[in-house]
Ligand binder design. Structure first.
Ligand SMILES: [Zn+2]
Length: 64
């Protein structure tokens, strides 16, 4: 559940605020971790993911 103090209309529409850096977001660009919304930068910092690196292949997940 998103709390009112975690919401913002700074972007012209109601949206969440980033749980990491407090930036106003819109739902379309926000990323959710444990019911909190994060911007792309914070999400990548938290998850360790990076769009600039190749995805790591995980063994044992082949679908064939
Ligand atoms: Zn952020």
């Amino acid at each position: 559940m998103v709390k009112p103090e975690q919401m913002s209309v700074a972007r012209g529409q109601l949206g969440p605020k980033c749980g990491g850096c407090d930036s106003p977001l819109i739902f379309g660009e926000s990323l959710v971790i444990d019911d909190r919304f994060y911007c792309q930068d914070c999400y990548e910092r938290i998850t360790g993911a990076s769009s600039s690196t190749e995805p790591i292949e995980v063994e044992g997940l082949r679908m064939d």
